[in-house]
Design a protein around this ligand. Structure first.
Ligand SMILES: Nc1nc2c(c(=O)[nH]1)N[C@H]1C(S)=C(S)[C@@H](COP(=O)(O)O)O[C@H]1N2
Ligand SMILES: [Mo]
Length: 258
């Protein structure tokens, strides 16, 4: 019993990693305990159970070079078809800028060169798609925590929303656009990176050029490709279907723990 109690205190009581503290101060992450309030309860249990059993900083398994899959499927959008994206791709994404805004202290734009100039992380991990296939790939990119440290967070920030370039469904109101979101615990997790390289090469268009998310403790649909904008929000209510992601708005779980 007492072990459980201590463990619970660890999870809920806000014992934070040094990086999380440096990032945002206690207030922001303390509020994260309330994240539960906005989640459907079964899913909330899954998330809590996973974090309880594995710890909030537990790492997803990493593999060796020899484990890299000889072929890695392209799934969902294979090439965004907007004029804007095509133009960016033609210019090798030199004109692309990642916008980071919303509930941040210092909104900023980053070029691909800016991102490549920041300390990078490389990881070989397994991608699991709900459709029933998996593949192991090597990803290199900037830890999302590093970007957030540069922009700072407002105390009310709770989620990171990734806005993508592709529309999976053509609609008049734009609600067919792909987007995803994660909470601050996953945002500052060491394996959560904005990847610009896969298996040693610049990301191909199929796999999400110029930048995609890797959030390794969750399923494939959370791994947003074609990221154009990172927005910090306090809730999803103002965003499309209000469930925090394209597939979530169509019935998938928001916390897609593996
Ligand atoms: N922008 C965007 N991101 C996306 C998707 C998509 O259609 N558009 N599909 C998701 C799904 S379901 C999976 S399994 C992975 C596929 O990534 P891959 O094409 O690199 O295999 O990307 C995810 N991220
Ligand atoms: Mo997927």
């Amino acid at each position: 019993m007492s072990t459980l109690f201590t463990r619970r205190r660890f999870l809920v009581g806000g014992t934070l990693g040094a990086s999380a503290l440096a990032l945002s101060g206690c207030d922001v992450l303390d509020q994260n305990a309330d994240v539960a309030n906005v989640l459907r309860s079964a899913e909330h249990l899954t998330m809590k159970a996973q974090r309880f059993l594995q710890g909030r900083d537990a790492l997803a398994r990493e593999f060796d070079e020899k484990d890299i899959s000889p072929s890695f499927r392209v799934n969902g959008t294979s090439a965004p078809d907007s004029e804007d994206y095509l133009e960016l791709a033609e210019g090798n994404f030199s004109a692309w800028r990642l916008k980071v805004d919303g509930l941040v202290e210092r909104p900023r734009e980053f070029s691909l060169a800016d991102l490549k100039g920041l300390p990078a992380r490389t990881q070989i991990t397994r991608h699991d798609c709900v459709e029933g296939w998996s593949a192991i790939g090597k990803w290199k990119g900037v830890p999302l925590a590093s970007l957030l440290r540069l922009t700072g967070l407002k105390p009310t920030a709770r989620y990171v929303v990734l806005h993508c370039a592709d529309e999976l469904e053509q609609t008049l109101d734009g609600s067919g656009r792909y987007y995803e979101s994660i909470d601050l615990i996953d945002a500052v997790h060491p394996q959560t990176i904005l990847a610009y390289q896969m298996n040693g090469d610049d990301l191909s268009v199929g796999h999400g050029a110029p930048l995609r998310l890797r959030v390794e403790r969750q399923l494939g649909y959370k791994q947003a490709k074609y990221i154009m904008r990172v927005e910090l929000v306090d809730s999803f209510t103002g965003l499309w279907g209000g469930n925090g992601g394209y597939w979530e708005d169509r019935g998938y779980e928001w916390y897609a723990g593996i």
